[in-house]
Design a binder for this molecule. Structure first.
Ligand code: SIN
Length: 173
């Protein structure tokens, strides 16, 4: 059986899993936020980094990438996203091509969300506090700074605007 998986963070640009198809996509009612702690990829248990999760926001539209994958891929993704993330069902709108405009293709699938209350959840903080944490954090997958810069490049490639990510990147530079 095949499934659609919506990626909005590292799943957009670190694609270490097989897939049949990749499409630009968006989900409504969710906003991307650097509110999740990373103890295993971009930080350490003693000094967690900050990575993205999705938070509910009625007016928001989050742009990312949708992948059509075999069921077996979840074994790998569940392990990769293990630090507080859960598979959550979502409806995604697939772009007609990889262009910037959403088409009419709407599909059901899942995304990995780290909900408030999970043990690694950090929640909102003053922007300067978030920037300082991102600037100093490193983990087994690399620096937290690299994570956000790669995300910014990937969002730019998708023609996606995200003021939250852009504001953090501007201050980090
Ligand atoms: C995702 O990319 O969709 C989940 C969050 C992350 O791994 O950065």
């Amino acid at each position: 059986m095949q499934h659609w998986v919506f990626g909005y963070g590292s799943l957009i640009w670190r694609v270490d899993f097989p897939h049949h198809e990749r499409r630009r996509a968006d989900v409504r009612g969710w906003a991307r936020r650097f509110w999740q702690g990373s103890h295993d990829h971009r930080g350490t248990p003693d000094a967690p980094g900050r990575v993205v999760t999705l938070v509910e926001d009625t007016d928001a539209v989050c742009v990312g990438a949708a992948y059509r994958v075999d069921e077996a891929v979840f074994e790998h993704l569940d392990h990769r996203e293990k630090n507080g993330y859960e598979r959550v069902p979502v409806t995604m709108r697939l772009s007609a091509t990889n262009g910037a405009h959403p088409g009419d293709d709407t599909v059901s699938g899942v995304t990995y969300i780290a909900p408030p209350g999970n043990p690694a959840f950090l929640g909102p903080a003053d922007i300067d506090v978030m920037v300082a944490q991102i600037a100093r954090s490193h983990g087994p997958s690399g620096s937290n700074r690299d994570y956000i810069f790669q995300l910014a490049v990937a969002l730019n490639d998708l023609g996606a605007e995200d003021r939250h990510v852009e504001a953090l990147v501007e201050r980090l530079r």
